[in-house]
Design a protein. Sequence first.
Length: 458
Amino acid sequence: MVGVAAHITLWKVLSSAASAGIVIVTARQLGPQGRGVFVLLITLATFALLICGLGVNIAARLELVAEIDPIRCGDYLGLSLALILLQAGVCVVSVTIVAPALHVHLSLLGLGLFGVFGGSFLGGLLLVEAINAYGFTVRAAVIDAASSIVQLLIVALASSRGARSVPIFIGALTVGYLLESLLCLVALRQARAGIRPLFHWAQWVRLLRRGPPGIAVTLGQMAAFKLDRYLVVLYLTPAAVGIYSVAATFPEMLRILPAAMGQPIFYGLASGSATPGSFRRGRLLCVGLMTAAVGVAIVTAPLSVRVVFGQRYAAAVPSLRLLLLAEFGLTFYYLDSASLSGMGRVGESAKAVAVGVVLTVLGDVVLVPAHGISGAALASVIAYSAMGLVASLLLRRRLSRRALHVRGKASSPSMVAGSAALLSEQPVKPSAPYPASSSLRRRPVRRSRRRQAPTRDP
């Protein structure tokens, strides 16, 4: 697992470095005010993405590799196409409503461009999750990195030509997401997963029924991570959002390590090829690396902001240091939430996210008016720490219940072998893709269609 996570982390680092480059270029070209508007538009598209995605990206990671009667990739792609069209329409309507409040005036062409951007944004996400579902986690990370690098190159080219318009940079991101979608389709075809969209309503319904817990998790995560931008602009100005977004750049780059570690954890538990105990070493390594990285970043924060972004963003340093501390809580959240979701307990992951959202909103409402963007950063420290604590407690409770359940059946001769294996934390192939007690379990199917899954990344 550590080897796979290392490969994923390498490509995630490249992707995040390219994303950081985009932040730097847009911050310098647009200034705090323009950068704030840019961030608010991207955040708006992201919220629309999470709502219009209906949680099927997480449902697909379980259903596409289900041991019994798996969903065909074509049915997932057909549903994805319908959701992409929905996303494009929602983006156009929402930006039309929100733009006047942000003092943004978009032409008809600009509205159409934003709709295409939103649709390509969701398309890239859904297709990358399909690749992750089949175990090609490293390949998905490579595609993500390639897309980000292309986006950076186009943004840099536009900047060199003197571009200072937000729609131009939105268009640059759109090209990258379209490329990402194309590369994902090529990868799925190579994996023999089938890329012809299918329109079987029964299969769509199956995915959509599994979606609500996924919506709660993904939408909750985005609310916890991005909602503070809108709360800041509510009390302050778009320029303050631009400065705050710069402060959040470095912490978000560090976040790739626990996020990358969560990919093999999710796949291993969802597929039954591993148990939570299999990832103990990787968990300790991740926490140790995050501690070292956060310490270095806190010390070098003033120099980093001044050199990379310029003196106009010097006010971001106090918020940056606070947000770096918040990453400790998110490290535990990412690792333990991946374990819970891989075990089929997506609803329990949503509980941790809900706590984070509530604390983010309450903290921003109380602290931002008095302390500005530093208050928003402090609210994030409290919210993210609570998310990590709740996820860890829920995972520990789940593992304790599993252990007690196994010990209770250990007296049965037919259960001795399986009980011993589970208590020793050795991988055991389950008879179902998630625990029978899960609220997300599927209804029995009348016939079984077993397919040989593509060979996953080493």
